[in-house]
Write a protein that binds this ligand. Structure first.
Ligand SMILES: [Zn+2]
Length: 399
């Protein structure tokens, strides 16, 4: 029997059958980088994974609309700019450009559309104003805070009780009504990065930025929201509170999907600890195909370690050699697919995007192709493998 796609939803903590909100269409959004530096392999893992998700959903016949934001307004950018002597805008521009280049080199930009959040500040002001009018937010001394007491479902995505939440107060400030209130707008002292608003000159907070982009491009509800798992709380929790308070439509997002970390020798990769391996560094030693193979060689809901990259690169070389031999023996791949080989691959992908299993199916497919006597049958198998590699974006040289 043919399998159907199931997706692990952070909201329910269960694998759920994937049914899009609108037939034949999927709208998805992924939290992109804060452009204060070059992206590292942890970022690359996240963006390559959702690129594969979008490619696979397209293969299943969905028309996919995929937006990835670029956070080019943020205190971290201002801080980094101060440190380097650049202006925040120049710094954000430099690293936005580098990000777009890196994504192209990683072949992770085929379906997604990049959106800098600075284009949507008017929308953010409109949304914050509406939240205030509806009684979900309050302005004080140039700040605007979301009033968490008006949203009883806060904590549902991260599965935290109100007692657990109260142990992790957000954004300490004397102006806040509740410990967990988070800012939507803040006053800025810097000349650059300030916008005129009903609350004075200032900037939108990080948590309000995504819903301005998605409300403008995807509407009030959409299918899938992705990002690294450390964004679940408070970032994504805050988004749900804002969006559902604005529209009263539930759920704001149907499937919440989160990727895990890439560690360096057991330690988390992060800019703050200086423990990073940038995409640019990786591309000096490995090919794009080897990097994609490595990052897809572990299930997205499990942490992985950079130590595995050499062995993944070797596996790639071996598969490429096998593919080359098959291609020489079989000739051109057929226009028709071998349904069974393809189904093997799809069964793996249908089980919550199990890319390690899908990669194994590729290897098994190549062995089976070289053992097939009939040239027609072998050419069909090769066609299925070629299709699978195009979904994973790992090119084995099959044309
Ligand atoms: Zn975000």
């Amino acid at each position: 029997m043919r399998s159907r796609l199931v997706v692990f939803n952070t909201l329910s903590r269960e694998k759920e059958p994937f049914v899009s909100l609108r037939r034949g269409k999927v709208q998805m959004f992924v939290c992109g980088p804060t452009v204060q530096d070059y992206i590292h392999l942890g970022h690359a893992r996240t963006y390559i994974f959702y690129d594969v998700v979008a490619r696979y959903l397209t293969h299943l016949g969905y028309k996919v609309r995929f937006v990835l934001n670029i956070t080019d307004v943020d205190e971290r950018i201002t801080d980094e700019a101060k440190r380097t002597g650049m202006t925040p805008f120049a710094l954000a521009r430099k690293y936005s450009r580098a990000f777009v280049e890196d994504m192209a080199r990683l072949k992770a930009d085929t379906i997604c559309r990049f959106e800098p959040v600075s284009k949507y500040v008017d929308k953010m002001i409109e949304q914050v104003s509406l939240l205030i009018r509806k009684g979900h937010a309050y302005a004080v001394d140039g700040w605007v805070y979301f009033d968490i007491s008006t949203f009883p479902n806060f904590g549902k995505l991260s599965h935290q009780s109100s007692r657990e939440l109260s142990l992790r107060p957000l954004e300490l400030s004397i102006w806040k009504r509740n410990l967990l209130d988070f800012s939507l707008w803040h006053p800025r002292t810097l000349v650059e990065g300030k916008w005129d608003s009903p609350w004075g000159m200032g900037s939108p907070s990080w948590h309000i930025q995504d819903i301005a982009v998605t409300a403008s491009l995807l509407g009030p509800q959409y299918d899938l929201h992705g990002g690294a798992y450390e964004l679940i709380y408070p970032h994504h929790e805050a988004e749900i509170a804002e969006a559902e308070s604005l529209t009263s439509l539930r759920p704001f997002v149907k499937y919440w999907v989160h990727t895990r970390l890439v560690n360096i020798k057991g330690e988390k990769m992060s800019k703050s600890s200086g423990n990073v391996y940038t995409v640019r560094d990786a591309l000096r030693s490995y090919s794009v195909n080897q990097i994609r193979m490595f990052l897809l060689s572990r299930h997205y809901r499990r942490d992985m370690d950079i130590r595995g990259i050499d062995s993944a690169a070797k596996t790639y070389n071996r598969l490429r050699g096998m593919a080359e031999k098959c291609r020489r023996a079989v000739g051109a791949a057929s226009k028709e697919y071998d349904e069974e080989s393809l189904q093997h691959f799809c069964d793996a992908m249908n089980d919550d995007f199990d890319t390690p299993l899908a990669l194994r199916a590729l290897g098994e497919g190549l062995v089976s192709t070289s053992n097939t006597r009939s040239a027609t049958a072998a050419a069909r198998k090769l066609a299925s493998i070629r299709l699978a590699t195009s979904i994973l974006g790992v090119d084995l040289g099959l044309g």
